[in-house]
Design a protein around this ligand. Sequence first.
Ligand code: URA
Length: 431
Amino acid sequence: MSEIFDAVEIIGAKRDKKELSDPQIDWVIDAYTKGQVADEQMSALLMAILLNGMNSREISRWTNAMINSGERMEWSALDRKTVDKHSTGGVGDKITLPLAPLVAACGGAVPQLSGRGLGHTGGTLDKLESIPGWRASLSNSEMLDVISKCGAVICAAGAGLAPADKKLYALRDVTGTVQAIPLIASSIMSKKIAEGTSALVLDVKTGSGAFMSDPKKAGELARVMVDLGKQAGVKMRALVTAMDVPLGLTAGNALEVRESIEVLAGGGPSDVVELTLVLAREMLDAAGIKPLMDPADALANGAAMDSWRQMISAQGGDVDAVLPVAKEKMVISAESDGTLSSMDAMSVGIAAWRLGAGRSKQGEKVSFGAGIEIHAKPGAQLKKGDAIFTLHADEPARFARAQDALANSVSISKDGSIAPRLPLIVERIEG
Ligand code: URA
């Protein structure tokens, strides 16, 4: 890094709505990663970016600088094409669990470097850790070993992957600067490009339970990420998908693993199955893989389940072990007869989190058995007293706050009407 800049000048430039130059961006990311730019200076710059935006050249350079802050993985030793999926996160979004082994069964190699949940959305690693013995942390050679044998690996991103993002994400979380499209796009894409996948399908969630509740903004985020991937030579697709209502019938770690196993066994809720199949077909197509079989057949004939069992066992998981169950349960029932008209994803996500399924601080332990089972979705006919939710928690003291979160989460209509819903697939973008 030859040129040296002044952080205050860079902050001032963005504050005054000027474009940052490539060397300025390279310097500020590098200096911040090394601790030479202070958190308070980077906080001010992030807020200026949130307020004044970045053009596509700046976003692309910012993303590259984040990639260059760490290692780049590569999978050339594999005899299959690599393809990954990234979801921006939502309530009951367990799709990665059946999807990775399904795509593996159809001929892809899926290197899924995943994260943990923070706030109301769950994290794939927390879900899988509810399987006794399963290990999220693998060395690079263990990762290669698992993906070579099983066609898929789901594990934690190592400390060497985009370390600039680790610092920046933690800072954004406490400075009100998470919700900026240039910062979200560069954060996600720096990790995915550094992961070295040759094709990537993005599942950008929209609706009340998503980061980007407005479908137009979600589409904009998807397009920015697709462009970043294309510039880096990754074959890209993006789907903007519904997160106004929870996905499937469970939210919570072990509960979601159980539901994913139902999908892998050829059953499971129709929305989870549909989205899993749509994403699997997009992944295979984006990567240019001629599928060994149709994804629906791989769910029906047990091939995807075989890949799941191999992949979980290869990471120390006991595939036949009984999954954790919370100590206490509470049922929430319909207060009147009628049609279930709406169910708010965000309220269900917050309730599951308060029951112990999520964490409020990094490093906190989650309760594997905690969460919510959903017995009725919009359109269901209910009689007074019919169960809508079963809440699961280890400590009964958690129920009251979860009930508060759920107080206005559903509405029941007398005339059979159902509140407008987003279609499952809101938009498709091809890179
Ligand atoms: N996920 C990420 O990795 N980064 C963001 O900024 C938002 C979601």
